[in-house]
Write a protein that binds this ligand. Sequence first.
Ligand SMILES: NC(=O)c1ccc[n+]([C@@H]2O[C@H](COP(=O)([O-])OP(=O)(O)OC[C@H]3O[C@@H](n4cnc5c(N)ncnc54)[C@H](OP(=O)(O)O)[C@@H]3O)[C@@H](O)[C@H]2O)c1
Length: 377
Amino acid sequence: MLKYFLTRLIHLFFIILILKCLTLILPYFLIRCYSQAASILLCFVIAKFTFRYTKKFFLSKKVFPKRKAILITGCARGFGKHIAKHLDSKGFHVFASCLNPNSSGADDLRNSCSSRLQILQLDVTKDESVEKAVQYVKANLGSCELWAVINNAGIQKGFLTELTRIQDFEDTMEVNAFGQVRVTKAFLPLLRRSRGRVINMASLGGRLAGPMAAAYTMSKFASVGFSGSLRHELHLWGIRVISIEPEFFETVFYRTDMSTGKNLSMRVEDAFVSADENVRKDYGEEFLRKFKTVIGRAYPPSPNMHKLLENIEKAVTLKNPDAVYKAYGNVLNEFILRFCEACPVECQVFIVNTYFRILGLPKPEKANKIYENYHCH
Ligand SMILES: NC(=O)c1ccc[n+]([C@@H]2O[C@H](COP(=O)([O-])OP(=O)(O)OC[C@H]3O[C@@H](n4cnc5c(N)ncnc54)[C@H](OP(=O)(O)O)[C@@H]3O)[C@@H](O)[C@H]2O)c1
């Protein structure tokens, strides 16, 4: 891997050298064209990174929340609950759907929001439940129009691919990917009337694949792909499709599986116990012990939830919203994560593995032995 990385650097060095030499040997008028091209390229790069400031002046018109309803999935806790409260405080009519409408999270919404907010049951994995939700929304819209559907519900299951059951992959896809498709399809007839918008909660992991979360990453790549395709199709109807791609924020998500109440460490233990014997032997107890501590520190969440809410608000209210909003907790995280995203995949592998080594994740004992044997023969 290091060799690959160095080869890339050498390649870059050669390109710089060749371009420098060209400026010496090219005739004058060609050098001028060449420097023009370079400065135009530079303009594009600067424009890309500074467009957000110009947008604030020219594309800041907002829609009026009066008589606009929004359906949100997975509102009993985490992002969904924050989003429901925030949009309610902005004057929208919120249909806050919960997997369990009798949960303490749902009660909290009832107690803390305006009378505009309505709670309904919705399991995004069940056709009948989605159909009931459509009927409920239709019956309770009153004089409102359904302006937006926010596909927020999501789960995270599994760790290393070899320690993750196929069932966990299926469950994750069912909620995070097919759930979004199911809900969107059901509510599109209402959105067509309002020329509203579909807002899909993807993740940074929907573009930048991280390790130890293959099931989740697959489902979020699927979400990003779904939004991309649907965006073209719904353009004909004047419906916007917006993908929200946040980094890690502080919610119970990932840390605790609420259906079982098990924390990260317990879930890793379970996954290891139920893995194939050969897999367990190859990874070894020492790896498992370290893995449990490293996984808890690997993705430090940001407490700045308002950064995510700002993006959601833009997606819902701006007359000309972006197609994609990436929510970062702070400027440093934004810089590091954007840099990683721009890197060639091979470099990403190098960076991620170095990061995990620094955190203290050892190579499984067997991996070292196999490596030694391979090089002895
Ligand atoms: N937190 C992050 O750092 C982060 C980063 C990027 C993207 N995201 C995405 O943001 C979304 C929300 O994440 P979160 O952090 O708020 O997670 P969370 O705290 O675990 O909340 C997820 C919500 O989804 C609901 N849900 C689960 N399965 C459902 C189903 N079958 N039907 C309907 N609702 C269901 C849960 O209901 P119950 O409470 O009843 O279980 C819960 O209310 C997810 O799509 C996640 O992938 C999160």
